[in-house]
Design a protein around this ligand. Structure first.
Ligand SMILES: [Zn+2]
Length: 64
């Protein structure tokens, strides 16, 4: 606390670049690399891609 350093425990969504404590490891089809997306983008991809694949959830760990 009080530190001006950037948060390094959060990851940013690779679609909208919003930091999130939980990201979803997904890809739009089997030929695409895995991406970490926030829940909103994951839902969008899921609803727009018939080849959507889900590979797990990444969660920010608790305190160090
Ligand atoms: Zn996003």
């Amino acid at each position: 606390m009080g530190s001006s350093s950037r948060e390094r425990n959060e990851r940013a969504c690779e679609c909208c670049f919003v930091s999130a404590s939980t990201l979803f490891r997904v890809r739009s089809d089997a030929n695409q690399p895995w991406k970490f997306l926030c829940q909103a983008c994951q839902q969008t991809l899921k609803s727009t891609s018939s080849t959507y694949l889900y590979g797990g959830t990444w969660k920010k760990k608790k305190r160090n």
